[in-house]
Design a protein around this ligand. Structure first.
Ligand code: HPA
Length: 298
């Protein structure tokens, strides 16, 4: 077998051990996955009929070292009667079963994209068909303010790294067809859900930068000229791999700050977490409503 074939086989074996472990913990078989970004982990705490697995206990699962990234996987549902602080109540609608990743590993933590996308390999093997990927991001678009929620329409990849390089998730020929990484259908449903519930939203292009330092002011000017509306250090690798698996993806950025140079304040991870906390309510309501909307299709 070729070196890449060997790597692929090793990955497949690891993923199936992780999946076997997770399956031994729950009989839930979710088709919708959610990746919770920096400071947005609280969503996981609200689930009912929940099985929580500490990712440290999962064989081969990567470790996150960033504060605010708990490292838990939850299987569970959104309570039908409403989520405590958002006051939603969906009457007759039942929540689909969910697979929720609380905490992620960033590229800057390990310099290893295989670890960053490992949760997506696991999600695909668990049968996830639709994925909501969320993150904290800095605003580049001058119309955006901290606290805004932005649906991601497309991405820019300023790392120029592709997690698919060196492997082939399908074990067949590469899928070189250009297709939108983000699902138009899910985006349309998400926008409907936001409008119907009076939750304001923005839309835009998310740019992935390597980190761990925030961008320089000149970099932000460059990224602005290239057409991005928000910037952050995650999401894109996961989305690339999910799309390759044929998973439908919706992306949501929680705008936590103005990008470097757009405000006189100095950026800090603490600030990012504080704002993410503040928008928790809108975020939770929005994601819940989207789950109720897309849950009817899976
Ligand atoms: N830049 C990069 N990543 C981020 C930012 C930012 O301004 N805000 C939150 N995550």
């Amino acid at each position: 077998m070729s070196a890449s074939g060997n790597r692929q086989q090793a990955l497949a074996n690891q993923v199936s051990e992780s999946v076997e472990f997770l399956r031994s913990k729950t009989s839930s078989r979710p088709a919708i996955g959610i990746v919770l970004g920096s400071g947005l982990g609280g969503f996981g705490d609200l689930l009912i009929e929940k099985t929580t697995v500490d990712t440290k206990t999962i064989p081969h699962y990567p470790r996150s070292s960033v504060p605010g990234h708990a490292g838990k996987i939850h299987f569970g549902k959104i309570p039908q009667s409403g989520i405590p602080y958002s006051g939603i109540a969906d009457g007759k609608k039942k929540s689909a079963e969910l697979l929720v990743f609380q905490g992620r590993v960033h590229f800057y933590e390990t310099n290893d994209l295989a670890q960053v996308v490992y949760p997506i390999d696991v999600a695909a093997a668990l049968g996830i068909k639709k994925l909501i990927v969320t993150n904290a991001g800095g605003a580049i678009n001058r119309q955006f303010a901290p606290g805004d929620l932005m649906f991601i329409t497309d991405y820019l990849n300023m790392t120029f790294k592709n997690p698919l390089r060196g492997r082939n998730p399908k074990g067949a020929s590469w899928n070189k067809t250009l297709r939108p990484a983000f699902s138009r259908a899910m985006l349309a449903k998400a926008k409907d859900a936001a409008r119907e519930n009076g939750i304001p939203y923005k839309e835009g292009v998310y740019c992935w930068t390597k980190g761990p330092a925030y961008e320089s002011a000149a970099e932000i000017q460059m990224i602005d000229k290239l057409g991005a509306d928000a910037v952050g250090m995650s999401t894109v690798p996961e989305v690339i791999v999910a799309a390759e698996y044929g998973i439908e993806v919706l992306g949501i950025s929680c705008i936590t700050n103005l990008a470097t140079g757009l405000s006189s304040e100095k950026l800090s991870h603490a600030e990012v977490t504080v704002v993410a906390n503040r928008v928790k309510q809108n975020f939770t309501t929005l994601v819940s409503k989207i789950v109720f909307a897309i849950g009817e299709d899976v």
